[in-house]
Design a protein around this ligand. Structure first.
Ligand SMILES: NC(=O)c1ccc[n+]([C@@H]2O[C@H](COP(=O)([O-])OP(=O)(O)OC[C@H]3O[C@@H](n4cnc5c(N)ncnc54)[C@H](O)[C@@H]3O)[C@@H](O)[C@H]2O)c1
Length: 359
């Protein structure tokens, strides 16, 4: 099979870069033309199999010299906006990390410039890849739960509470834009919309910084200016109430993301630690699945379901660029999530519910 040639570049050679490189640069017809990062090369975290790619310390030079068709933006959050605009100006489509930006205005500008340029834009909402999350979406869409009545989501980590965790850009409001709320909360916001197809009507939230300083690499204490704990309520389409909690300092939790939904006919729960399992309590209408019991039993996601369809992010943008009909999280999805984040942040300053515009 012939695959049209696609020139691919990546900006930001840190922890998440390997996910983009393995999903995109390994596809047939894709050539990795360069990687840019201002950090010293020994700090780059590019997997060995991509180490031979041309290296740049300046993204302008990368774009000018390599003329990529597609660029992954894998830098700290505050740079997503300017780097996306730069890549679009150089004629590339963009796969950007989450959260899309640090403000709603930035995210909206990224989408407007993308649309005007006629390029594609994706956001790496990676939990859309999780088998159980995708299966939950299918069950909800098939009406198996009936009309949804409640949503409960937690996303819990502990890393920031660990004594040895050093201060990083993630703890600096000016670079990260948010703490747990933006880093983890944005996944919660998108995952609920992905699984339920419900949209956010109004939100109200609260956040705290419970760890106020962390040592940097020299041992000097630096302030943590981001939230370490956040919670919010959302009223979703149809009046469904969603409750959400996230933290970076809950001992015992590594990276635990759980979504639970109830509808008129049943309840389901999925979580990130066991991505091929789903907890299901069937009502009378869920007869298609004879093994379902009445007590939220644990089920395996059917293997034929898991085998169907490639994960949508970040790799599917390559298929989209080749004109295939494929669903993946787009800049429009990023803007949706950013508006919800922005409204939650606004509610934290004025203490009142924030109504979102109809989207
Ligand atoms: N989708 C997910 O599940 C997921 C998971 C982890 C991280 N992320 C996101 O990925 C992004 C990066 O996170 P990370 O964990 O890889 O961070 P990281 O600190 O490991 O790496 C960031 C890299 O970007 C480089 N960088 C900084 N400024 C730059 C600039 N102007 N141009 C080019 N490179 C620059 C740094 O030198 C560093 O190498 C963040 O937006 C984060 O939210 C998403």
């Amino acid at each position: 099979m012939h695959f049209p040639a696609l020139r691919y570049a990546l900006v930001g050679a840190g922890g998440i870069s390997s996910v983009h490189l393995r999903a995109i640069a390994t596809q047939p017809g894709v050539t990795l033309v360069g990687i840019a990062d201002p950090a010293a090369p020994e700090l780059w975290r590019v997997p060995a199999e991509f180490a031979a790619a041309p290296r740049f310390h300046d993204e302008q030079e990368l774009l000018r010299e390599t003329k990529p068709d597609l660029v992954s933006i894998c830098t700290p959050n505050v740079f997503h906006h300017q780097l996306t605009l730069l890549a679009l100006r150089h004629g590339a489509s963009v796969m950007c990390e989450k959260p899309m930006a640090t403000t709603v205005a930035q995210a909206e500008e990224m989408e407007a410039v993308r649309a005007a340029a006629g390029k594609l834009g994706g956001i790496n909402f990676s939990y859309r890849n999780v088998g159980s999350f995708r299966f939950a979406r299918d069950l909800v869409a098939a009406g198996e739960l009936g009309r949804l009545t409640r949503v409960n989501v937690v996303y819990l980590q502990s890393f920031l509470g660990a004594r040895m965790t050093l201060h990083s850009w993630r703890n600096d409001l000016a670079i990260a834009g948010f703490g747990a709320l933006g880093d983890l909360g944005v996944h919660m916001i998108d995952a609920v919309r992905f699984i339920t197809d419900l949209d956010y009507r109004r939100v109200v939230g609260v956040a705290q910084t419970q760890i106020r300083e962390k040592p940097d690499a020299t041992g000097r204490l630096q302030p943590v200016t981001t939230d370490t704990n956040a919670a919010f309520l959302a009223e979703l389409s149809g009046g469904v109430i969603g409750t959400f909690e996230t933290t970076q300092i809950a001992p015992g939790y590594g990276n635990y993301f759980r979504v639970e939904l109830s509808g008129e006919h049943g309840t389901l729960a999925v979580h990130s630690d066991q991505p091929d399992e789903i907890w299901l309590r069937a009502g009378a209408t869920m007869t298609a699945y004879a093994t379902w019991k009445t007590d939220l039993p644990l089920q395996k996601v059917p293997t034929d379901f898991l085998a169907r369809g490639a994960p949508p992010t970040p790799g599917a943008i390559v298929s989209a660029l080749r004109g295939e009909s494929v669903s993946y999280p787009t800049f429009a999805d990023g803007v949706h999530a950013q508006r919800v984040l922005g409204a939650i942040a606004a509610s934290m300053t004025n203490g009142a519910w924030q109504t979102l515009p109809s989207l």
